[in-house]
Design a protein around this ligand. Structure first.
Ligand SMILES: [Zn+2]
Length: 401
């Protein structure tokens, strides 16, 4: 047992004591506002599992407004542009339509990204839709792609006079939020009495059944790890009553899937329920299994990297996402002579990691760089491999799995 007084009190029950169950480190691009590591702790009181990060909500707001990976329509999630995103978003829209069939209800999607979910709801006949997202580029995309009213702002800085809503959607938002209780307090004020909240978050109790990239869920962005009892502990504090819960698994790339939980909550006339925080003991056990499984995969990857680096003096690293950030500190890649980083997402190009600039794929070709390419993404490794083939690059290509 490794107890500590947390830097960030439990975001659900405010308890300050917890058990460290893992320590996660990253290498981040220079000037990146998020933290380069944190402990994953389990709350002594309620059993919630979260990142004990000192990064403030304000820093996260800056990050999502300025560095949003979600605004690139080719690689982002949320816009519904990839077939996987489209299928996921369509299912969510259909689930909402089944629960709330009245097409005239006023709906707000908080963290709407490029408006994919709102676009599907529009297709299903809903005509009173509104989006909110911290990234101005995402807001522009929502307006232009779907003709839907949208505003730039986070839940902490919504536009004035937004009014209230019959349904507020929080799909894959709460796992990103530092100040959970304050955010739910603000969100609750946007819901009409008798109106609903739809929440969808990754299913932390299911991480272990879907391990493709090691420690994928312990990243710079996902800092809260929920299962139903923890969402319930959070939302009942604000007078929200549960009406429906469910679980789903969706595909994210070829052969890879991801687990999520969702639930509908109704705002009551008055918040008279007495606060009783229930203790959950299951999530910690499930997360411990996930950590064990991730460690095994990380070890396998490191063995592979060691053998590659033995006979390659210089290498190119293609992929600067969450896995690359971990490999650069936790495997032999930390000691490799990296001549260039490459990333297909324009938002990452030009940033500097460990003193080395991130190039576009085109720049590698122009500069005729011939060093072996290590593909440091598992989720996108097929897409990256196809891109390399299409560009007819002669380099040796190393895939991690
Ligand atoms: Zn707690």
């Amino acid at each position: 047992m490794n107890q500590k007084k947390s830097l960030r009190n439990c975001p659900i029950c405010q308890e300050e004591n917890g058990e460290i169950i893992h320590t996660q480190n990253f290498v981040l691009p220079e000037g990146h506002p998020l933290s380069n590591g944190y402990d994953i702790i389990c709350c002594d009181r309620c059993g919630f599992v979260y990142a004990d990060t000192t990064v403030s909500q304000k820093d996260y707001d800056v990050f999502y407004a300025k560095l949003s990976k979600y605004e690139d329509k080719k690689t982002a999630t949320g816009g519904g542009e990839s077939p996987y995103d489209a299928a996921r978003i369509q299912k969510t829209a259909e689930c909402i339509a089944e629960f709330l069939p009245d097409k005239s209800i006023r709906i707000l999607d908080i963290g709407c990204a490029n408006g994919g979910l709102l676009g599907y709801l529009k297709k299903l006949g809903y005509n009173n839709l509104c989006g909110l997202d911290p990234s101005p580029a995402c807001v522009e995309n929502t307006k232009q792609l779907y003709g839907i009213e949208a505003y730039a702002g986070s839940i902490f800085t919504p536009p004035q006079d937004l009014g209230d809503f019959d349904l507020v959607i929080l799909s894959h938002v709460l796992e990103h939020i530092q100040d959970l209780k304050f955010s739910v307090k603000l969100i609750e004020q946007l819901i009409k009495v008798g109106g609903y909240l739809y929440v969808e978050v990754p299913n932390a109790s299911g991480y272990v059944d879907h391990v493709f990239a090691p420690f994928q869920d312990f990243n710079t962005e996902h800092i809260n790890h929920f299962y139903h009892p923890h969402l319930s502990n959070l939302l009942i504090q604000f007078g929200l009553t549960n009406k429906l819960i469910g679980e789903k698994v969706f595909d994210v790339s070829p052969g890879m899937s991801y687990p999520a939980i969702y639930s509908f909550w109704q705002k009551q006339e008055s918040n008279s329920s007495e606060l009783v925080i229930a203790q959950d003991k299951m999530l910690k056990q499930r997360i411990l299994l996930y950590i064990e499984s991730s460690k095994k995969i990380m070890t396998d990857i490191d063995i592979k990297l060691q053998s590659v680096l033995e006979d390659a003096a210089d290498v190119i690293v293609w992929g600067t996402g969450q896995l690359a950030m971990k490999l650069l500190v936790e495997t032999s890649l930390a000691k490799a002579n990296i001549v260039a980083f490459v990333d297909g997402n324009p938002i990452n190009q030009g940033s500097v990691i460990s003193g080395i600039t991130v190039l576009s794929p085109h720049q590698i070709q122009l500069r005729e760089m011939r060093q072996p390419i290590i593909v440091t993404s598992i989720l996108s490794q097929e897409a990256i491999y196809n891109a390399i083939q299409k560009m007819k690059l002669p380099n040796r290509v190393i895939l991690l799995r």
